[in-house]
Design a protein around this ligand. Structure first.
Ligand code: BGC
Length: 741
């Protein structure tokens, strides 16, 4: 039975974003009453940092409302002075920046932070980023990216929390709390920005900026929930995405921006376009010119034109000609002014330059180390790791062993690479210079020259163990850096083959912006660590893990495919009518085989049915046991206010302290639409001493069992479900329960 179930949908549904207060609204009214049309349009114009004289003049004339990418505190204050002291109405500017995974102290890329499965740590990282960035005047960051990403070809998977909506929601909310605190007016708080609204992670074929086709159930069940939660949690701003959804570019999508964001979710913050995205509606082919593009974006409710020069060039004419009602413009301006009041900028517009620089404070570096440690995933260990504190001579090999810039990853514009601690530096410090033999083998990850490989082999031969750092340079992931082949680039495979052929124990450490299809290289190694670009302290963290000073606890936030052609690949897939029970390998098929001999089920002849490693996977130096779940009842009623309690016992069965992430999965066995084979509903990371057990308890509400129909309306259906708890998305013992009317 299907019921309309708005009441059961996400916890955050329909909360006002940050709550309006009458005094602020009155101040906005009074300002608006004095503003000319040009001054109003100025508030909607966001410009990139440029020469001080030109930008300063525009600011003094009230033609600019916010500035992106100015991080020199002196210049920030000078420009602010132009706005506050020289412009007619003295409205302060907001200074914005992509503070994506740290400012001075660079933390792991968001995908690496997601791999920690530790929202408290992610919140701490965001708080530190805000403390450092606000010291340079940045009060608005374009983070978190909440785009569910299921295709590792897409370079921006690096900026996401991976393939799962819940993980994106939890990590995104943690970042929002860290940036904004509960008082946006605090001078160390930054407005966060939920981006890219929406569907950008589904860019066709993983090619950046590409079109998306998104049916309503996919949008409502997978794409929108993290954003809805962000709106409910009071995120100050949203950003439109570059892509079109079903032919409608987001910056002109009135349904998404007005009906969903403003009316359904009651968001009353600022909606900014992505960079030039309003004007790019001309390239999309839905706008004839800037006038048309402005009309579409303003009608959709896009408040700020980021460096697109459409609003400043076209809006005044549209209003004067009566094509765009000035009340529409007023609505946009009110949102911008409200944000400026919320940030306390009218009362406190300048940076306090006497504040001691918080950059690289020891506590910041310690948190960055912890984040990089907890985000590192142990994929394989035949017992070689940890090396301990006296492993003899260690050969440190590979192009990522000493790549201070590249370990920063994408979107780290403020990284000072001389502050990066590389694995080589950290291992030398830990083991002593005399015990580390460094031979990179390759100059950089795309290097095809074989010239350095012999030296690497010699180093491995002279050493007791070899640790090879391979992966991707920073430039190989991120915006506009999609990739059609996810194998290791350059001569990295040849390097690993040569080093492994020495017969010495070899640990391979991947440092990359995405999951790579590295099955062959993983097979060769005795132990494998996978680290998404780890930032300033990546090397310190990896040395701690390699030596055993830290115990890895990272879990994959994305499915790691065997071959690129398997993407999009994600654990929460549908079963299909022909799920494979057995598969046939391409090489074993006889010549002139019968068409039906391979089973006629849903898999690839050359890649099989399974990924290389599943979502949620990651080992530890200790072992854990997670019991089958115990339920508080065998059924739960749709209208019940009391959740179903699902608890399990997790035990550290090994001999070291370690942390395990208990993951709660659910399967809806029969639905009016085909349902995913499993969906992550909750998770908890627990630290356990050797032999210690803890009971982990989850509350499962009927609302968490709802989904959306073809018309996009919420449904909650009585029927049979399975629930289980596990340390990854493939293990676990399902237990049945039912949802009743
Ligand atoms: C990106 C955004 C970013 C903006 C500002 C765009 O190209 O898509 O994520 O926030 O630039 O730098």
């Amino acid at each position: 039975m299907a019921l309309a179930a708005a009441a059961f949908m996400g916890v955050a549904c329909c909360m006002a974003a940050t709550g309006r207060d009458a005094a602020t609204e009155a101040r906005i009214d009074s300002l608006m009453a004095r503003m000319t049309l040009q001054e109003k349009i100025g508030q909607l114009n966001q410009l990139n940092a440029a020469r001080f004289d030109t930008l300063g003049a525009a600011v003094a004339q009230g033609r600019v409302g916010s500035i992106i990418n100015e991080v020199d505190p002196e210049v920030v204050n000078s420009l602010q002075r132009k706005a506050v002291e020289e412009s007619r109405l003295g409205i302060p500017l907001i200074f914005a920046r992509d503070v994506i995974h740290g400012f001075n102290t660079v933390f792991p890329i968001p995908l690496g932070q997601a791999a920690t499965w530790n929202p408290q740590l992610v919140e701490e990282a965001a708080r530190i980023a805000a403390v450092e960035a606000t010291a340079s005047g940045i009060r608005w960051t374009f983070s978190p990216m909440m785009d569910v990403s299921r295709d590792a070809r897409w370079g921006r998977i690096a900026e996401s929390a991976g393939e799962d909506p819940l993980l994106n929601e939890r990590m995104g909310l943690a970042m929002i709390r860290g940036y904004q605190t509960d008082n946006l007016a605090d001078p160390t708080a930054m407005a966060a920005c939920a981006k890219h609204f929406a569907g950008y992670g589904f860019s066709e074929a993983g090619k950046d900026y590409n079109t998306t086709w998104l049916p309503l159930p996919l949008l409502e069940d997978v794409v929108l929930p993290p954003f809805e939660a962000a709106a409910g949690a009071g995120v100050a701003t949203f950003m439109t995405s570059f892509n079109d959804i079903n032919g409608v570019p987001s910056s002109g999508n009135s349904w998404l921006m007005r009906d969903v964001l403003r009316d359904r979710w009651r968001f009353d913050g600022v909606l900014v376009s992505d960079w030039n995205a309003i004007t790019e509606m001309i390239n999309h082919g839905v706008a004839a010119d800037k006038l048309h593009a402005t009309m579409l974006a303003a009608t959709a409710g896009v408040d700020i034109d980021m460096e697109g020069h459409a609003y400043p060039d076209a809006m005044e004419a549209l209003v004067r000609e009566g094509r765009l009602d000035e009340t529409v413009v007023d609505g946009l301006v009110r949102n911008v002014l409200r944000l400026k009041f919320r940030l306390g900028l009218f009362d406190n517009p300048y940076i306090d330059l006497s504040r001691p620089s918080p950059a690289y404070a020891p506590a910041h570096l310690a948190a960055a180390t912890r984040a990089a440690e907890e985000g590192t995933i142990l994929l394989k260990n035949g017992g070689m790791l940890p090396l301990g504190l006296k492993p003899g001579k260690v050969a440190v090999i590979g192009p990522m062993a000493d790549a201070p810039y590249d370990q920063g990853g994408t979107w780290a514009p403020d990284l000072q690479h001389e502050r990066s601690v590389t694995p080589l530096a950290a291992l030398r410090r830990l083991y002593g210079e005399e015990n580390v033999i460094h031979a990179p083998g390759l100059g950089y990850t795309r290097d095809k020259s074989l010239d350095g490989i012999q030296a690497a082999v010699k180093a491995a031969r002279e050493a007791d163990v070899a640790v090879c750092f391979v992966g991707e340079e920073a430039v190989m992931s991120g915006e506009a850096h999609s990739m059609a082949d996810l194998g290791l680039k350059g001569a990295q495979t040849a390097l690993l083959e040569a080093v492994c052929a020495t017969g010495k124990p070899v640990a391979v450490v991947f440092m990359a912006g995405r999951p790579l299809t590295a099955g062959k290289e993983i097979d060769m190694a005795d132990a494998v660590l996978y680290a998404f670009h780890g930032g300033t302290m990546a090397g310190e963290a990896l040395a701690n893990i390699i030596s055993g000073k830290a115990n890895p606890s990272g879990k994959l936030p994305v499915t790691m495919a065997r071959m690129t052609g398997q993407y999009p690949m994600y654990y929460a897939h549908k079963n299909t009518g022909r799920p494979p029970e057995w598969t046939v390998d391409l090489d074993s098929i006889p010549v002139e085989a019968l068409q039906t001999s391979t089973g006629c089920t849903s898999y690839y002849l050359d890649a099989g049915k399974d990924p290389l490693y599943p979502f949620g996977y990651g080992l530890s130096y200790t072992t854990f046991d997670i019991s089958a779940p115990r339920l508080s009842a065998s059924s739960i009623a749709i209208g019940s206010e009391t959740p179903l309690t699902v608890e399990c016992t997790v035990t550290n069965t090994g001999d070291r302290e370690g942390a395990e992430t208990v993951q709660l999965y659910v399967r809806d066995l029969v639905g009016s639409l085909a349902r995913p084979v499993k969906e992550l509903k909750d998770f908890r990371k627990v630290t356990l001493k050797p032999g210690e057990s803890k009971v982990v308890s989850f509350a499962l509400t009927p609302g968490q069992l709802s989904f959306h129909g073809l018309d996009g309306k919420p449904l909650i259906e009585a029927g049979d479900f399975q629930v289980w708890t596990a340390g990854n998305s493939v293990d676990g013992t399902p237990v049945s329960f039912s949802l009743t009317d």
